[in-house]
Design a protein around this ligand. Structure first.
Ligand code: NI
Length: 162
C-alpha cells in the first residue's frame, strides 16, 4: 500500500467526469487500498479516486475510525434512493485544505455499488454517512462542495491559529 499525492483546488482534473470500472481486478484493489491509506493519513472521512488523479469511479469512506467497522471501498457507486428531508451540515474536502462551508444533504441515501471483489452491495447511510456518500459521489461527476454551498458560508480555518 502507498499514500498517493492529493490533487487540490484549482486542479482541472477535479472537474472531470470519472469513468466506470469494467473489471474489478488486482489493479483496482490496489488503488482502493492506497485510497484508504491516503484518506487515513490525511484524517479524511471519504476520498474519491479523482482526488489522487485517477479518473475511475472509485470511492472510499470511513466515518467510523473504530475496530468494529472496516472502511467502505466502492466501485461504480450510484445513489438509488434519497430522502426528501435534508440536513444542513458543515462540510470540507481533502482537496480544499482547511476550507469549510454549509451544504444541504439528504438525511438518508441508499447507494448501490460493487465491492472490492466485484460483488453487488447496497449501503444505507444516514447523517454523516449519507453526507459523505453524496459528497464523494459528486466528485465522480466533477461536482465539488463549493458548488453546492450556501452563499456566504465558506470559512477558512487557519490550522496554525488555535
Ligand atoms: Ni471531497
Amino acid at each position: 500500500m502507498a499514500i498517493r499525492n492529493l490533487r487540490f483546488e484549482g486542479d482541472e482534473i477535479l472537474r472531470k467526469k470519472s469513468r466506470e470500472v469494467e473489471v474489478v481486478d488486482d489493479r483496482v484493489r490496489e488503488i482502493l487500498d492506497d485510497m484508504v491509506e491516503t484518506m487515513h493519513a490525511n484524517n479524511g472521512v471519504g476520498l474519491s479516486a479523482v482526488q489522487v488523479g485517477i479518473l475511475k469511479r472509485l470511492v472510499t469512506v470511513d466515518v467510523w475510525y473504530d475496530e468494529e467497522h472496516t472502511p467502505l471501498k466502492l466501485v461504480n457507486p450510484v445513489i438509488v434512493k434519497e430522502s426528501k428531508e435534508t440536513h444542513e451540515c458543515q462540510e470540507g474536502c481533502l482537496s480544499f485544505p482547511n476550507k469549510f462551508a454549509m451544504v444541504n444533504r439528504p438525511e438518508k441515501v441508499t447507494v448501490k455499488a460493487l465491492d472490492e471483489n466485484g460483488k453487488e452491495i447496497t449501503i444505507k447511510g444516514e447523517g454523516l454517512l449519507a453526507q459523505c456518500l453524496c459528497h464523494e459521489l459528486n466528485h465522480l461527476d466533477g461536482i465539488l462542495f463549493v458548488d453546492l454551498m450556501e452563499p456566504g458560508t465558506l470559512e477558512y480555518l487557519d490550522p496554525n491559529k488555535e
